[in-house]
Design a protein around this ligand. Structure first.
Ligand SMILES: [Zn+2]
Length: 267
């Protein structure tokens, strides 16, 4: 169900990994960010929009991971956008993303996955008929990752989650830890303009919670930078969310950091 989080901004959470789709109402349709995962959820979203008399004017993928690249024909054929680097990476890794979607997403059209083009820009905002949606591009988590700042809402993509630890891009990136810390610094700089934060996965947060999440994520990544273990409630056995995969991701990142620091032999 769509829930209003600010004037003209709605969120809808999927069953899959608490993924958040975001709807921004414009003058002649909505901007739909990261629509969701399972086909029945995308269909339900399409129905809800239609009941509200809204059509999709444009789509946007925050980053080139498979669960942010899906679409359904009921959402229409509006152009779908990403940053240039996101588009290029989505193309490059399309078959891998399709394989993941085939395994994890029920009933989705694999041919519609990742059909995105370079986002048209007006200065640093998306060129569309709606409230200014500022693009905050960084390279933390994935290449060409863009958060959007629109109507006081920070649409964060896969950052600033209450349930997921920072997940670095370890796919051959030169310095994923530096990239991640740079992204957190950028969020800190614009934090005073934010009233609500929507992570790609997890709970919507307030301005205060945004600052707490930046601090929590910075502490985690700073510890990694020093190749140190650090307690984080999101990977405790009691965390509930992601207990079958997040601790493994943490161990993978810690191993990377320890190898980088020369504390363990590289593969
Ligand atoms: Zn992601």
């Amino acid at each position: 169900m769509l829930t209003a989080v600010a004037d003209g901004v709605f969120v809808r959470q999927s069953e899959f990994c608490r993924s958040n789709a975001v709807v921004v109402v414009g003058d002649d349709g909505v901007l739909l960010v990261d629509p969701g995962v399972h086909a029945h959820e995308l269909q339900a979203l399409a129905r809800e929009l239609s009941e509200l008399g809204l059509r999709v004017a444009a789509g946007f993928s925050t980053h080139p991971h498979w669960d942010h690249l899906l679409w359904h024909e009921m959402l229409g054929s509006a152009p779908r956008y990403g940053t240039s680097r996101c588009v290029a990476t989505a193309r490059l890794r399309r078959s891998d993303a399709q394989a993941k979607a085939a395994r994890l997403a029920e009933g989705v059209r694999l041919d519609l996955l990742g059909e995105i083009i370079d986002v048209p820009m007006r200065t640093d905002c998306i060129a569309w008929n709606g409230p200014p949606a500022r693009i905050l591009e960084h390279q933390g988590h994935a290449p060409g990752h863009a958060a959007l700042l629109v109507s006081g809402v920070l649409v964060a993509g896969d950052m600033l989650s209450d349930v997921e630890i920072p997940l670095l891009d370890l796919n051959g990136t030169a310095d994923p830890i530096r990239d991640y810390l740079a992204a957190l610094d950028m969020f800190h700089e614009i934090a005073r303009d934010v009233r609500v934060v929507i992570p790609g996965h997890g709970a919507v947060g307030t301005a205060d919670q945004l600052l707490n999440r930046i601090d929590q994520d910075r502490a985690y990544v700073t510890a990694l930078n020093l190749a140190q273990e650090r307690d984080d409630a999101r990977i405790e056995p009691s965390a509930g969310y992601g207990s079958d995969w997040l601790p493994g991701e943490h161990q993978r990142q810690l191993l990377y950091a320890q190898q980088r620091a020369g504390l363990r032999p590289s593969d």
